[in-house]
Ligand binder design. Sequence first.
Ligand code: ADP
Length: 452
Amino acid sequence: MYRRILIANRGEIALRVIRACREMGIESVAIFSEADRGSAYLDFADEAICVGTAKSADSYLKFDRVISAAEVSGAEAIHPGYGFLAENAKFNEVCRSCEIDFIGPMPGPMERLGNKDLARQLAMSANVPVVPGSDGIISDDGEAKRVAEGIGYPVLIKAVAGGGGKGMRIAETAEDLSTALNQARTEAAAAFGNGDVYIEKFVSQPRHVEVQILADTHGNVVHLWERDCSTQRRHQKLIEESPAPNLPSATRTAMCEAAVRLIQNAEYSNAATVEFIVDSDNNFYFIEVNARIQVEHPVSEMVTGIDLIKSQILVAAGEKIPYRQSDIHCRGVAMECRINAEDPAADFRPNPGKITHMIAPGGLGVRFDSHVYTGYTVPPHYDSMIGKLIVHQPTRLQAIECMSRALDELCIEGIATTIPFHRRILREPAFVDGSMDTKFVERNWEHLSSRD
Ligand code: ADP
């Protein structure tokens, strides 16, 4: 097992990995930019090394600085967290060439699954249902038109290198097609340096359901059930939960098995998430694989009792997954609210600044994963998520009641946060009965955005 791990990340996920290392008797090395200097989570690591200025491109994303930090501190492995370098196959390769383990998949499977078109082809070869669409990359407008007519409008144009909703455009009719194609290509080329796109049928009012996978280097692949992440605003997840409400058990089983098949076929190891959309008739379709730990992983940890970060470290070090599929049970209901330093009353504008007062909630079944505290200043340079409030209860209704109570207790003063917005979502009838799809927030925008 590793003696020292460097965490190539910041904030709550860095703290989450530090905690796992501490419990495993592994020393942790944190890195920080000048904007994160003095952050209290750095005190929990065994060592903290500054890697550059506030701008991510000059610190957290700088290969040579991150790798030098690992080398000088004697770390044998790097945990990338999520975001930053987590899905960068080149960085993964450079780590390994410097004889530092990358806690994640090998570069080959990471690269193949990171390309949405290749991932889609892999899914088809593993007999996993995909959204009807083009046979690979679209070469010209004529081909796009033929494909769109074949599957029927509306269609979705998606960048093969896409992520975070970028490089994705809907074409409602044939008239929109050429403009949508150009916009998707231009946006993708600017954001990812790759303008290739493909076409999918646009599934109306889908639910977003994803399967958590864990795979070791000995060919064992298990799933930790699913998470429903339909409660989104503009493709940004707000609330995630497990199990997915109102999902027929046959669909659930088939989806989890499909996800395992895909990961087995990809010869992938470590943690992954296989994302699906589910239509109103409960048909599910593969959309993409995330080759890393995800923000919402605690939801799966709570229902299964399995520590995913520790599992990632174990399998990266070459150990076998210590449980069989039949040992992994989904107990009760877990729910997570993302607490962002954003102002819901001002179109979710980021609201960095000093937290003048903070009280974290507690009680049975309440978990708050966060690196912030009274006196902490949220820097303006990074993602605005400052914490994740997670509850675990026997039933979904109890989870909603517990989350409402915990949100009432969670006090963050000095900056605007998404707390009031979450409170309103939890009261919304369509959320309470579990019938939300990805457009639920937009549809109920009027009351969700009104003040209490
Ligand atoms: P990204 O990697 O940019 O986040 P995804 O492929 O994960 O892109 O899709 C993001 C979201 O877009 C999904 O959660 C879903 O809500 C929606 N989406 C993706 N594909 C489709 C589709 N074919 N039809 C309808 N909605 C879709």
